[in-house]
Design a protein around this ligand. Structure first.
Ligand SMILES: C[S@@+](CC[C@H](N)C(=O)[O-])C[C@H]1O[C@@H](n2cnc3c(N)ncnc32)[C@H](O)[C@@H]1O
Length: 206
């Protein structure tokens, strides 16, 4: 008897297969929030503060380009990658300028896509880690680390209670060859404590 291969489709992909309207709903939700004047740039402001002007940034799991689009407007050279083609199409429409690519982070190999240079920062915001295929987190972190410049940093933010415990993430960071530089509980720099219900981790290559 053969063992079935593990399902490497991201949780997001499974969600949109079950509900094909979900991606369009998500795009429209953020369009409405922007039209209503909501502040959607908190993550980008923190990452921008970490960077020299005109840096190279990868928005990993970029969705419709909310974070990468803002970093582009702030003068950085941005590449955004997402597994959902509907969201990448929205990013191209709503946030022109960066390079937006459809790709699964578990297979991330940007030199193979003609994007050769490493990144000064990678941002992985909006609970992306909790939407990966279960069991692929180390591989995704390892691939993100491989795309960082030697002194580059990776900022990852996700919430508690979404099936990926913070302690597991901290263990996976080490297995993936990364090191935790800073743990915060918000993108506006409040400290992380054992009671925090959100984590913003700043990582670098070990
Ligand atoms: C809640 S959205 C956040 C989008 C964006 N980062 C933001 O903060 O606005 C989660 C995103 O993770 C992406 N995602 C989940 N698993 C992925 C994977 N394995 N590879 C690439 N993108 C993935 C989804 O397609 C979706 O766009």
């Amino acid at each position: 008897m053969t063992t079935p291969a593990p399902d490497r489709r991201s949780r997001w992909t499974r969600k949109i297969e079950a509900d094909p309207g979900h991606s369009h709903w998500y795009v429209e939700r953020f369009r409405r929030m922007r039209a209503d004047g909501a502040d959607l740039a908190g993550e980008a402001r923190m990452v921008d503060a970490m960077l020299a002007r005109g840096s190279r940034v990868l928005d990993a799991g970029c969705g419709p380009g909310r974070v990468g689009g803002e970093l582009h407007r702030r003068g950085h050279v941005v590449v955004g990658v997402d597994v959902d083609p509907v969201l990448i199409e929205a990013a191209e429409q709503d946030a022109p300028g960066p390079t937006w690519l459809v790709e699964d982070l578990v297979e991330l190999d940007l030199p193979a896509r003609g994007v050769a240079e490493p990144f000064d920062a990678i941002v992985c915001a909006g609970n992306v880690m909790t939407f990966l295929a279960p069991g692929t987190e180390v591989e995704v972190l390892r691939r993100l680390g491989a795309h960082l410049a030697p002194e580059g940093r990776l900022a990852v933010g996700f919430g508690a209670g979404r099936g990926y415990a913070f302690v597991q993430f901290f263990a996976d960071v080490e297995v993936a060859g990364l090191r935790l530089d800073l743990a915060l509980s918000t993108w506006d720099l409040r400290p992380f404590t054992p009671e925090s219900d959100f984590l913003v981790a700043v990582l670098r290559r070990a």
